[in-house]
Design a protein around this ligand. Structure first.
Ligand code: NAP
Length: 257
């Protein structure tokens, strides 16, 4: 009988990310801000990007620092190819290393397909797809072996429960392919790539008291919106998981069930 010496024990979530450095794009509010705080609570230093919310991003920095971790806020439009990549370099420089990338920044332009303009298509693809690709590409060059790439998709890539989401869903579906291909390409370095698909989450993008909220809650099995912290919980889990890659995770209250 052979003895398996591989350590398969599950570590406690407390401080499993001590000594790690993370970049969360779009970390000034919503799911990104909740993720930055959750990663910091588990021990990581954190850089966040923003475009308009300088004060909010600085508030996230102060909250991370209050947890005893280092933090930096970087203005970087994910839709600008140079800024997207430069944010990775700045985060790695400021924090001294880069272990975790959370591709969270995203925009939704919704509406009947015939109302969506070429400019809408260009902007959504620039932020939601090209930005994620270029940020990931820059991170791969900077990242330590054993790093983590976690991308935020949407439950709509798994089940489209109503009209208006053609462009947004198309853009987020590209991230599933990117995630699986990155997982294959980076596995030799122990770098994992996974995608998390939130359902309706109560943020400024999609407030739980907004005009379309009740319909969205009704198509989940749990009958409610999720909180940003509930998505952050799964992202943080993936940040600490070494043997999970190329996988999709629904945090959608059963939207896809
Ligand atoms: N909320 C939902 O129901 C839901 C469901 C499924 C998926 N998602 C996805 O989850 C992610 C976060 O959504 P959220 O609800 O937290 O959104 P949110 O409340 O609108 O927050 C978006 C964050 O992204 C930043 N951001 C926006 N455009 C950016 C750009 N071009 N470059 C860099 N940062 C940018 C914003 O920064 P500023 O400070 O500059 O505004 C903000 O920090 C998105 O990818 C979204 O598609 C959300």
């Amino acid at each position: 009988m052979t003895t398996n010496t591989t350590d398969t024990s599950v570590k406690t979530p407390e401080k499993t990310l001590l000594g790690k450095a993370a970049l969360v794009t779009g970390g000034s509010r919503g799911i990104g801000a909740a993720t930055a705080l959750r990663l910091a609570r588990e021990g990581a230093d954190v850089a966040v990007t923003y475009v308009n919310g300088k004060e909010a991003a600085e508030g996230v920095v102060r909250a991370v620092e209050a947890l005893g971790r280092r933090a930096v806020a970087l203005r970087a439009d994910a839709g600008d190819p140079e800024e997207a990549a430069a944010a990775v370099d700045a985060a790695a420089r400021e924090l001294g290393r880069l272990d975790i990338l959370v591709n969270n920044a995203g925009i939704g332009v919704l509406g009947p397909v015939e109302t969506l303009s070429p400019a809408d298509v260009d902007r959504v693809l620039a932020v939601n797809v090209r930005g994620v690709f270029l940020t990931s590409r820059a991170a791969v060059a900077r990242m330590t072996d054993g790093g983590r790439i976690i991308t935020v998709g949407t439950c709509l890539t798994q089940r489209v429960s109503g009209p208006g989401g053609t462009l947004y869903t198309m853009s987020k579906s590209a991230l599933v392919g990117l995630t699986k291909a990155l997982a294959r390409e980076l596995g030799g370095r122990g770098i994992t790539a996974n995608i998390v698909h939130p359902g309706p989450i109560d943020t400024e993008m999609n407030p739980a008291d907004g005009p379309h909220a009740s319909g969205q809650a009704a198509v989940t099995a749990l009958g409610r919106f999720g909180a940003a912290e509930e998505v952050a919980h799964t992202i943080a889990h993936l940040a600490g998981a070494a043997y999970v890659t190329g996988a999709e995770f629904s945090v959608d209250g059963g939207h896809a069930a």
